[in-house]
Design a protein around this ligand. Structure first.
Ligand code: SAM
Ligand code: SF4
Length: 476
């Protein structure tokens, strides 16, 4: 089916939200066919650590010449290497419940999917799932929920606390992020008090009319309630938030500018941007009903990630297992900072490993990368990355860590790299297969040697030894 703009209107025309679709389209129109120098100037500005404006970002979006696209990608690679180095943070999703009162046309959990198998994990099941995740070496989770009165703030807070309680062997979950429905201010306070890391809410599409076309029932039909959700989070004291757009619902160029506009709004109002930006791309799902004109090709996907890296250089970028291993490997170079590994999205499937095949009536969508965490880490090591499970900043109250990595000279060398090394060392001792451990120790040796000027190098070496002797959770 195709969506017909103009037919769907936002509910209350008196409200002037901070996303103005005419304005966004105007930027795209005004920067058509940029010349090479314009594009190069914008890339140079980003490499100079300046934040790009909407107009600058639109110039990158309109650079269709393959030579310029290559330069944009190279710019994103350079920026990543120059500022962040080769660390990649790992996490896993844990679906807590898939009951849902909304009818989103892209999601297998939509209420109109009568064949969906609905399930909510009990406390006991949460414990078993978390134990299984800890046995794989996970330290950071994102809990995922459908939108349902049952999954209110108290329920979410309860499940977060449950997850933190689970300790198996040397395993523990040190950071729990959330992807769930928008809450009111009190609700955000409740989940924040439970000790969450980031609260993620994706706008799905920033285009209000397309949004109406895709959201047919339930509370999620309200574009403004969702768009303003993370402002309520800020008001509640949740200053660690993640935004995202679901690519493939509407024109990708518009969505990139929507994400940048949303970021600008946060910077202007709260003096702090989003902690992370996600760019999930539509995958097959039960009852999927999308407008095929907006499908995003692999090439455009890689391109848009590179543009986001240049446009918002201080924010974490998350690339999930929706994408297949080869594409992840390719796109990771353009500035991704977090990926999931060992991902399973059927409820209860970390414990119940009978069904290897995905069943789309039990899961939200088709994933493209079902490799084990060990295999993901093995490839990262082989490709020269430094896998990390670090949670130090969040636990020491150093919020805005990505911003600090970006803006505080020497921060990465002082904290991020040593902590990545220590968490990788824990993983190698406790969970890695022998050949992965061999590879990993070589990477650690290289990384320690490369830490020129790090005054606490001996202390770092000493802590690695202490980890080998059995101590855990050592960080700077
Ligand atoms: N129910 C909550 C909500 O809608 O905000 C939680 C989000 S959902 C469980 C996580 C995200 O998955 C959605 O926000 C959406 O961006 C993405 N998603 C939904 N259907 C998808 C599909 N078919 N392919 C890829 N991603 C999808
Ligand atoms: Fe429900 Fe979220 Fe799926 Fe929409 S995307 S149907 S709100 S689980």
């Amino acid at each position: 089916m195709q969506f017909n703009p103009g037919k769907y209107k936002i509910k209350d025309e008196r409200m002037k939200p901070f996303i103005d679709s005419d304005e966004i389209w105007q930027y795209i129109e005004d920067t058509k066919n940029p010349d090479k120098q314009q594009v190069r100037d914008v890339i140079a500005k980003a490499l100079n650590k300046e934040r790009l404006s909407l107009g600058d970002t639109a110039i990158l979006i309109n650079a269709d010449d393959p030579e310029l696209i290559e330069e944009i990608k190279q710019g994103a690679r350079d920026l990543k290497n120059k500022i962040y180095g080769n660390r990649i943070v790992l996490f896993a999703p844990l679906y807590i419940g898939n009951r849902c009162t909304n009818d989103c046309k892209y999601c297998g959990f939509r209420t109109s999917n009568k064949y969906a198998v609905r399930r909510t994990l009990s406390d006991e099941e949460i414990v078993h799932e978390v134990e299984a995740l800890e046995d794989n070496g996970q330290k950071r989770l994102i809990l995922v929920y459908g939108e349902h009165p049952h999954y209110d703030a108290d329920f979410i807070a309860h499940s977060v606390k449950k997850v933190y309680e689970v300790k198996k062997g040397n395993g523990e979950i040190r950071r729990v992020n959330i992807n769930a429905a928008p809450l009111d201010i009190d609700g955000f306070k409740t989940v924040w008090e439970a000790g969450i890391g980031t609260y993620q809410i994706f706008q799905e599409t920033y285009h209000p009319e397309a949004y109406s076309w895709y959201h047919l029932g339930g509370k999620k039909m309200d574009y403004d309630w969702r768009l303003t959700s993370l402002d309520r989070a800020q008001e509640a004291g949740v200053d660690d938030v993640g935004i995202g757009a679901l690519f493939g619902l509407y024109d990708w160029r518009f969505e990139v500018l929507g994400l940048v506009r949303h970021t600008n709004h946060f910077e202007a109002c709260y003096n702090i941007g989003p902690h992370t930006i996600s760019f999930p791309r539509i995958k097959d799902a039960a009852e999927l009903d999308i407008d095929p004109r907006y499908e995003v090709s692999d090439d455009d996907f890689a391109r848009l990630v590179a543009i986001l890296r240049l446009a918002v250089p201080y924010t974490g970028l998350i690339l999930t297992a929706r994408e297949n291993p080869a594409l992840r490997k390719e796109v990771m170079q353009f500035g991704v900072s977090q990926i999931d590994g060992g991902t399973k999205i059927e409820l209860g499937s970390y414990t119940d490993t009978k069904n290897e095949e995905q069943n789309l009536n039990k899961e939200q969508f088709q994933i493209g990368d079902s490799r084990s965490l060990n295999d993901v880490i093995d490839e990262l090591l082989e490709d020269g990355y430094l896998p990390s499970f670090c949670t130090a900043c969040y636990r020491l109250g150093r919020t805005g860590e990505h911003f600090m990595e970006f803006s505080v000279p020497g921060f990465i060398k002082k904290y991020c790299t040593p902590n990545a090394i220590l968490t990788l060392a824990e993983y190698l001792v406790d969970y890695a297969k022998p050949e992965t451990a061999d590879r990993g120790w070589k990477v650690i040796e290289r990384e320690v040697n490369d830490l020129d000027g790090f005054k606490r190098k001996d202390e770092l070496k000493n802590r690695i030894e202490r980890i080998k002797q059995g101590e855990r959770d050592l960080y700077f």
